[in-house]
Design a binder for this molecule. Structure first.
Ligand code: SF4
Length: 467
């Protein structure tokens, strides 16, 4: 009788994982690690020791996709002579792609991570041929999702927690609604319980994640039995209420969130940020373009006038709040005057920092199918350079305002440049670097800012404030 392939392998099985893309993917990678650990698989950093190699991929930009293609080509040597091990698995948003089919043994989409151990075992047991499994839409129809909780093996101070998955917004350039599915919100009960657990384990900061946190909505009811809240008749919890509940229940934990959507952000959210000192004063508010014509083509559901009035509201209610952005330059039909409108918007807002990209059409999106990618590459490149240069000027302008001030900084780790320095972040999410003195990772210290670059504040611990 033919031997099962699985029985020929020595256990335990080691796996190696790499993560690409956004915070959501980083958080998903931690979830995947926790699911595999619970199922007896062991994480290794040694590629050659791994029975399973996993790449958690991102499809949001062509650049990310190209870097994964390149990485797979580099790893191809590990699977010479048609051997079965290591198994290659593509996870995340690129798992639908057929491009890598000669190397990949299985692919699993972002909605099916709970199935990873079963799928790996299934693939291992089959020694006849490779198995391709796309469990893409397995749990996509769930009205609310059960929270997937990472177990963190490494002692860390800050972490991420997804409160929603998927997105309903259908921005015409974006692949997320197709790869991650419709939007689902976790129950406030599981979010609060998990944040309390994280705090008890020693975490000092949690970032609540969602493609659009402002559209978080729970209408599952039954809360009053599980959480003691001020108003026991509450049946509907929106994002402002979730933030309010979390900040009151875990007053010594820092709370951040990302990403906000200008269309959905309510005044109540801004008021709650101002009310609680443990909610960090930073909002990532992608605008994508400064032109109403382009926003319409992108199916972004706000105008620049509304966006600016939101910024004004944030700054009047939470004056110390930092604001960052995402901008895509060179989208379909973007003319020079649209680009100048983006520049004008940036000059009005003077963002603290931002993420800027030139447009690359993503297969499957509305823009890919229906709009012409008609801005020449050299024009995209030039416009991108112009907005990056401008952002640098604005970042320096904002950073200089911190000179001479005292910043409350949560120490996260050793500075990459100097072993004798710590790095941490202030409430505005700005990195601060300073000599260690007697402080420890996880402590919050007061740092006097003496210098800055466009992305980092430099200072020293203020002994008077830290007494
Ligand atoms: S809000 Fe728009 S850009 Fe953001 S994930 Fe949803 S569809 Fe994509």
């Amino acid at each position: 009788m033919k031997k099962n392939f699985l029985s020929t392998l020595k256990t335990p099985f080691f796996y190696y994982i790499e993560s690409y893309g956004c915070h959501m993917n980083t958080s998903d990678t931690e979830i995947i690690i926790s699911i595999l650990s619970k199922n007896g698989f062991l994480l290794t950093n040694n590629l050659k020791k791994a029975h399973i190699i996993l790449l958690n991929t991102c499809a949001i930009r062509k650049k990310a996709e190209l870097s994964i293609e390149k990485r797979l080509d580099n790893l191809r040597y590990l699977k010479s002579n048609n051997q079965k091990i290591p198994l290659f698995g593509i996870l995340g948003c690129l798992s639908k792609s057929e491009k890598y089919s000669n190397l990949i043994d299985f692919s699993i989409g972002p909605n099916s991570y709970r199935k990873i151990p079963d799928i790996i075992r299934l693939v291992m047991m089959n020694d006849e041929k490779k198995i391709k499994i796309h469990f893409y839409y397995l749990i996509i129809k769930m009205k609310h999702m059960k929270i997937l909780v990472p177990i963190h093996n490494k002692k860390k101070i800050t972490t991420f927690l997804s409160i929603t998955r998927g997105c309903d917004n259908m921005c015409t350039f974006c692949i997320v609604p197709f790869t991650r599915g419709r939007e689902r919100s976790s129950s406030p009960y599981s979010i609060i319980k998990e944040c309390e657990n994280l705090y008890e384990k020693g975490y000092k900061e949690v970032t609540l994640l969602g493609q659009n946190v402002d559209s978080y909505l729970w209408f599952g009811g039954g809360l009053k039995k599980k959480i003691k809240i001020d108003n026991s008749n509450e049946k509907i919890i929106d994002f402002s209420r979730l933030l309010d509940l979390l900040a009151s229940k875990i007053p010594f934990m820092r709370i951040r969130f990302s990403t906000s959507n200008p269309h959905d952000m309510s005044d109540r959210v801004i008021e709650v940020i101002s009310k609680h000192s443990n909610i960090c004063k930073h909002i990532h508010l992608p605008v994508q373009s400064g032109s109403n014509k382009i926003l319409k083509l992108m199916n972004r559901k706000y105008t620049i006038e509304k966006y600016l009035s939101l910024i004004q509201k944030i700054r009047s209610i939470v004056p110390e709040c930092s604001i960052s952005h995402d901008i895509i330059t060179g989208f379909c039909n973007e003319e020079e005057e649209d680009h100048l409108e983006t520049i004008s918007l940036m000059n009005k807002v003077k963002y603290d920092y931002g993420y800027m990209f030139s447009y690359s059409p993503r297969p499957g999106t509305y823009a890919y199918k229906k709009l012409k990618d008609n801005v020449p590459e050299n024009v995209k490149k030039r416009r991108l350079k112009e907005i990056i240069d401008l952002q640098r000027i604005h970042s320096i302008f904002r950073m200089k305002k911190y000179l001479g001030t005292i910043q409350e900084v949560l120490i996260e780790g050793k500075s990459k440049k100097n072993n004798q320095d710590w790095y941490g972040r202030n409430t505005q999410n700005i990195v601060v670097v300073f000599p260690k003195k007697l402080s420890k990772i996880g402590e919050t210290v007061f740092v006097k800012i003496t210098n800055c670059t466009s992305a980092t504040l430099i200072g020293k611990i203020d002994d008077n404030e830290n007494k």
